[in-house]
Ligand binder design. Structure first.
Ligand SMILES: NC(=O)C1=CN([C@@H]2O[C@H](COP(=O)(O)OP(=O)(O)OC[C@H]3O[C@@H](n4cnc5c(N)ncnc54)[C@H](OP(=O)(O)O)[C@@H]3O)[C@@H](O)[C@H]2O)[C@@H](O)CC1
Ligand SMILES: Nc1ncnc2c1ncn2[C@@H]1O[C@H](COP(=O)(O)OP(=O)(O)O)[C@@H](O)[C@H]1O
Ligand SMILES: [K+]
Length: 494
């Protein structure tokens, strides 16, 4: 699990560690030097040959600039030509600057050095920042980006909000980010995540002093939950029976895809309830589904419901949604179900509820526009979780899952390949089965998003999960359903 902490928690951990270090002896700037050593090592690796490389430091007036200066000093000692552009010369980190000068680093009088740089270190601002870059900083960053050297962000790309990933105004687009002590949520969540480039973590010893994380990103090993279908004692009821209420005359495909996602997630049984023609489409595509063209209350017992994909918003859809929401089992509400829920202003459920909106649907739930949601994904997902007393999975460029309390989950496997009609229906079925198998909504949602992204990558490039890097092939929602078993195999290491 990749874990990220809030700025407040990082600062508290830093203070506790520094107090401990003071008791045991080491002097000033120990942590900064640890950070700088990790940073200089990363830069040396990127440069290949440090001797005679041209490195430029963009140095703000806080400790982030101090990190850049100490790292610059190490690179200068190894023979790099290092120039520092000080945004506020009177307030640059004094000891860092002295070390930098002492190692042969030079303070540049002109931004021209950026035009020929092999590597630019962005030490303008780190976790102490607020808002986008100020105009003088933004101008230097633009020149650095045009210069064509590699841009390495110190701790996080300047201008990105460390706690939320929000970017208000200009921010650095880094090729690489070297972060210290722990991940910051803003490095995992878009738009911040897409400013960070390839990000790496340098351990500076904060570990024992850090509390529970603010956000986590699953990795393959975290998905290795007991595979229900492998347990010797498995039977179809214990593996989980999921009910799907989806589709309409206009959107029968949504039902077929949601049922497909549910089946390929390993359900013991999928019960489907929908109107005649939709029921026929589901029967034809998935003979293993148990289908009724009656109401959800006539479908038989289930351990979780999925309601909403392609459902429509007419009277019949409302009735179906109401029946499902009245049940005492976990319910996942998606798509048209969310539109109806927004209209009703919520529900009176006491059993767990998982909402899976995209930005437009989340906007409707909160009566704000989709652009506002996209710009502040975590903030809006949190607001919806609080207002609806539910776990919220917000889909899009970075899928985030916000439980009513506890750490947020951020999905690392997402790919723009998923942005194809019907792929959300597959995700709903997939997450619904995991709910029916007894997983907590936050785990069901995060695991489903992880497998969903992985399946899209594997559908594009069956030999590897890194398809975004190597193969540009598109995938359809049906392809994602078909690739789900391969995604399970991938996380199992098979
Ligand atoms: N915590 C740890 O464990 C460790 C932390 N370490 C390092 O310390 C960093 C935090 O340092 P920090 O607290 O000094 O704040 P920092 O990020 O340098 O920013 C403050 C300066 O930025 C300025 N500024 C603000 N907003 C701005 C904007 N939008 N655009 C432009 N400028 C802006 C603001 O200016 P002012 O408002 O004062 O004029 C102020 O001068 C952290 O990220 C990590 O790198 C490591 O050394 C190892 C251990
Ligand atoms: N830019 C993107 N990067 C990664 N994933 C994306 C992106 N855009 C959309 N997705 C994913 O694609 C899926 C689309 O779902 P949704 O919007 O509900 O579509 P539909 O209703 O057509 O099924 C979601 O899982 C979402 O997270
Ligand atoms: K920075």
């Amino acid at each position: 699990m990749r874990t990220a902490h809030s700025v407040a928690d990082v600062r508290a951990a830093e203070a506790a560690l520094i107090a401990e270090l003071r008791r045991t002896g080491p002097g000033e700037d120990v942590l900064m030097n640890r950070a700088a050593t990790g940073l200089a090592t990363a830069c040396a690796g990127l440069l290949g040959r440090v001797y005679a490389a041209r490195v430029v430091l963009l140095v703000g007036s806080g400790d982030n600039g101090g990190d850049a200066l100490y790292a610059g000093a190490q690179l200068a000692r190894r023979g790099a030509r290092v120039d520092a552009l000080l945004l506020n010369p009177d307030r640059a980190h004094a000891r860092g600057l002295a070390a930098f000068r002492g190692a042969g680093g030079r303070v540049a009088g002109d931004a021209e050095v950026l035009d020929r740089a092999d590597l630019v270190l962005d030490g303008i601002v780190g976790i102490g920042g607020s808002g986008g870059l100020r105009p003088d900083a933004a101008e230097l960053v633009l020149r650095a980006e045009l210069g064509g050297g590699l841009i390495v962000a110190v701790d996080l790309p300047s201008g990105v909000d460390a706690d939320t990933g929000e970017v208000v105004g200009a921010a650095v687009h880094a090729d690489v980010t070297v972060t210290f002590g722990t991940w910051k949520p803003g490095l995992l969540i878009d738009p911040g995540a897409s400013h960070a480039g390839a990000a790496t973590l340098v351990d500076i010893g904060l570990g024992d002093h850090l509390p529970d994380p603010a956000a986590c990103a699953l990795q393959d090993a975290d998905v290795l939950v007991p595979f229900g279908w492998l347990l010797p004692t498995a039977d179809k009821y214990r593996r989980g029976v999921v009910g799907v209420v989806a589709g309409s005359k206009t959107y029968p495909g949504a039902a077929v895809l949601a049922v497909g996602g549910a089946l390929r997630a390993g359900a013991g049984m999928v019960r489907f309830a929908g109107p005649g023609r939709v029921a026929d489409a589901v029967r034809a595509a998935w003979p293993e589904a148990v289908v009724t063209d009656g109401l959800p209350s006539e479908a038989g017992r289930v351990q979780a419901w999925v309601v909403g994909p392609g459902l429509g918003t007419d009277k019949k859809a409302r009735r179906r949604l109401a029946e499902v929401l009245d049940s005492d089992v976990p319910v996942l509400v998606d798509a048209d179900g969310l539109t109806l829920l927004a209209e009703a202003g919520g529900s009176e459920r006491s059993a767990p509820t998982l909402l899976t909106p995209h930005a437009g649907e989340l906007g409707r739930l909160l009566q704000v526009g989709p652009a506002a949601v996209e710009a502040a994904r975590l903030t809006h997902a949190r607001r919806a979780a609080a207002r609806y007393g539910a776990t919220v999975l917000l889909k899009g460029s970075t899928t985030v899952v916000v439980p009513p309390d506890g750490p947020v989950r951020v999905n690392p496997t997402g790919t723009p390949r998923l942005a194809t009609a019907g792929s959300g229906d597959v995700l709903a079925g997939l997450a619904g089965t995991l709910l029916a198998a007894g997983r907590e909504p936050v785990d069901a949602a995060a695991t489903a998003a992880y497998l969903h992204g992985l399946a899209a990558r594997l559908a594009a490039e069956p030999d590897g999960a890194e398809a975004d890097l190597v193969a540009p092939g598109p995938v359809t929602a049906t392809d994602i359903v078909a690739a789900l078993p391969a995604a399970w195999r991938h996380v199992a290491g098979a």
